[in-house]
Ligand binder design. Sequence first.
Ligand code: PLP
Length: 450
Amino acid sequence: RPDPLNPDNAGLAGSANDSLQPYWMPFTANRLFKSKPRMFVAAEGMHYVTDDGRRILDAMAGLWCVNAGHNPPRIVRAIQEQAARLDFVSSFQMGHPLAFQLAERIAELAPAGLDRVFFTNSGSEAVDTALKIARAYHKVRGDANRIKLIGRAKAYHGMGFGGLSVAGIPRHRRDFGPLLGDVDHLPHTHDLTHNAFSRGQPAWGAHLADELEAIVQIHDASTIAAVIVEPVTGSGGVLPPPVGYLERLRELCTRYGILLIFDEVISGFGRLGAPFGSTALGVTPDLITCAKGMTNGAVPMGGVIASSAVYDAFMAAPEAAVELMHGYTYSGHPLACAAGLAAIDTYEQEGLFARGPQISATWEAAVHQLKGAPHVRDIRNIGVLAAIELTPREGAPGARAAEAVEHCFAAGVLVRVAGDNLVLSPPLTISPDQMTQVVETIDAALRTVA
Ligand code: PLP
């Protein structure tokens, strides 16, 4: 019987391996993968180990989540100890101390005024929770007409029907309609004419936030519950916000009584050089969604951080009432809370929240060296994130980027494809030499693909 943990007996090299068939893999070309599997069996620090014993430099922090690098001993230990002490307790009308401790630690890290934490198990659940809180908030205040949700083109907000409805990557949406009604979208901020090769936040584009004014004119502010944006668009291709853009959105939302939600599933927990992107970018929303780096990716967990103003609106209900009819079996799961507390300890004690500002200039200089490499038509960076955008091949969008990623993997570096972009989001522990390795590997890949 193949043993996936044993590289010598993984039994995965063959092309018709029946043992691979039962698993219906997410976001994967199943038949292609199963004809040519790519298996990871271990990880440590900046590297993965594959079933054929290769060490792969992880330039994606797994999937934008392993911000402290793989398997930090403090997190491993915390999960092991918690599993032996208290495996599960419902969070419905029951509690355990770690959930309260973790909420307190997150509230301390979040921007001032955002100090109430609702736990979910993923970013998708965090987004759907935030959208539901937004609608219920207006309702509980007697403003039940405010139901419209405003997302943005190129946005990724997970795969729940709520998140998908406000998201803006067309191929994610097209097989699943009809999605939520009462949704509209802002334009994205990607513009090659004005912003190509800008470093950090582009100077051009703050005025795109004014499209919210047009949306308000169409629908009337009194019907709009919330605007949701990623402070930095992630899966849509790493699009840093233009200077002044988020400030303008904040101003308009405040003026029109609309809640502003920042989806910080990627930008939270150190990625932009502060515990939250809101802090790094100096704009405070009413609700933050987070996940991924919350536990350094070690146990599934997400959450919504709400302002006390939002929370307090719900607390006006009679004391014995359940104020928000919402939650998940695994909300505040003990293992996730243990991992979350240990992740924050790790980030703090290893100085990783402060590391973004220390390394982002080196990172920026490194990735922009790829300007002039074959096919490169834009490079974007902010914090410890970057995208290298390629000119698409005629009639085959994304194909060139996908091939480049394959070459990088063969050369021992894990990079991710997002449309025509190679996206990079390494653990914050990446060294300058490893940055050079990533850039040189991409450069070689781009010289190989047609
Ligand atoms: N929101 C953003 C901004 C994300 O990047 C993601 C995942 O990449 C999600 C939500 C969904 O998170 P999950 O995959 O944990 O449901």
